[in-house]
Design a protein around this ligand. Structure first.
Ligand code: GAR
Length: 209
């Protein structure tokens, strides 16, 4: 099996998609869900699935370094092969990213390298993009800049708002994240100098799944 720890800050709909992908034929095991917010609804989703939870409030730490240090200690207590960022809304220190190099995945709600950072749906509308989407990538020290694994594209429709666009993107997130995480759990996905490799072939695989 592949032991994973999932990090969240909010609703946890991507966590739910990962939970729903678990099964006898999937080597993924979610050992714990860690949140920096005690009120994250994803904690309830984890508890409902019988998964251990832990809250580590970033506001209780003097600085980013101290928080990330404690976060590493909490995560490593579960001996993970993989750490999955699922709506974890904290910028991670280089030391954290290096510690989990090659076993740290993130999902971002845009077609990276477009729209790194926050408010991606509104920014796609403001830029009059005809397409938008989401990306799964290995985390590197550059914010939202690590090697791409898989992307899904959605059309931007006339009359879209940030909310309608977010819904359309979310539906795709819930498909591509479990897919990428499963690839990793199956030992098919790895980080190499030239980028992300699936069965030895260069990624990303772009488009509708
Ligand atoms: C998702 O849309 C994810 O792509 C985004 O937060 C949302 C979390 O939703 N992540 C980021 O913006 C990372 N910078 P969820 O809690 O329902 O999974």
């Amino acid at each position: 099996p592949c032991n994973a720890v999932v990090l969240i800050s909010g609703s946890g709909s991507n966590l739910q998609a990962l939970i729903d992908s678990l099964g006898e034929d999937n080597p993924l095991r979610i050992r714990a869900v860690v949140s920096n917010r005690a009120d994250a609804y994803g904690l309830t989703r984890a508890q409902n699935a019988g998964i251990a939870t832990q809250v580590l409030d970033h506001k209780a730490f003097a600085d980013r370094e101290a928080f990330d240090c404690a976060l590493i200690e909490a995560i490593d207590g579960f001996r993970p092969d993989l750490v999955v960022l699922a709506g974890f809304m904290r910028i991670l220190t280089p030391a954290f990213v290096r510690h989990y190099s090659g076993r740290l995945l993130n999902i971002h709600p845009s077609l990276l390298p477009k729209h790194k950072g926050l408010n991606t749906h509104q920014r796609a509308l403001d830029a009059q993009d005809s397409e938008h989407g989401c990306s799964v990538h290995f985390v590197s020290e550059e914010l939202d800049g690590g090697p791409l694994i898989i992307q899904a594209v959605v059309p931007v429709e006339p009359g879209d708002t940030a909310e309608t666009l977010a819904l359309r993107v979310h539906m795709q997130e819930h498909r591509i994240y479990p897919t990428a995480v499963r690839w990793f759990a199956e030992g098919r996905l790895r980080l190499a100098a030239e980028g992300a490799l699936l069965d030895g072939e260069k990624l990303p695989a772009t488009g509708y799944l």
